[in-house]
Design a binder for this molecule. Sequence first.
Ligand SMILES: [Zn+2]
Length: 320
Amino acid sequence: MFKKSTKRSPNRLNSPQCPRCGYDQSGIIESWTDRCPLEGRCAECGLDFAWAIVMDPSREELHWYSEHGSSLKASLLRTPKTIMMMLLPHRFWREVSVMTEVRLKALGCWIFVLLLLMHLVASIPVSIGAWMIGDRWLNGSFTQYLEIHGVMGVSRILFNGVFSEVAYLEFQNGGGLKLYLGDYYATGLSGAYLIPFGYGAMAFVWFIVLMVVPTTRRMAKLRAAHVVRAGLLSLLASGMIYEISRFAVGVVTSLDAYPLWTDLVGGLVFLLFAVWMLLFWGAAVRIGWRIRPSWLLIVLGSIASALGGIVMVLMPMHFI
Ligand SMILES: [Zn+2]
């Protein structure tokens, strides 16, 4: 746990900050004359900390957590454990507290690559499903399609799977491919793609509550990096839910079946995930960031966040 990292920038030691609120602690350090205490308290936010962590934040390195992976590969290998811990927000934030060093670049990189990989994997059943409900009726068997269009035809199906709901390629009378925008295949995800935006709005509202609104911002006294970390993790979770639903819809359409209960299960999963989002941010405020008192902030933030999510999902449904 206290593994020391070798690549630390020296200027980090020059401006020791409070791990939670970022308040510059160098004034206090300068006041030390004959001895150095081991424990300290931030004059700005009241956080109790060990001076060793303020001097070198990389001391608190988590061996299971993707953000602290030494390379992208190491971060990807830590994915199962990180996701499992995220499923239990109180446990996750007990470990990923304000004391653990924030490495937003590594976190962002890992999330981007992970979601990209998940997207490509989910695109396989989506492509097959699109063939089953679309091209099959126009082109007859896959062998016939392959004979006529060859590799170009296969690339087109895969492209339409990867970019489903955004754009698609269609053969023209002359034989060439043309790009269209929109959801040609109507793979059943239409509407579901609003859900991640809803979760995005939930996280965004939390950001506003903690960083922008003066009253709640004063309650939180938090460095932006902590909120961005929680935001990126929320983005990851929303993206994963989206890719898992793409995968599931792809499989169901590939099997040429669309039982009604799939909508019910999907709806339930989306609802449970919204509850998880509220728990995740609530646990971050109380356990991870140790904000005291926290309950008023959690209640206000959760209500605002839930409303933000609901408005984001419902508004386009009414106006489009
Ligand atoms: Zn502080």
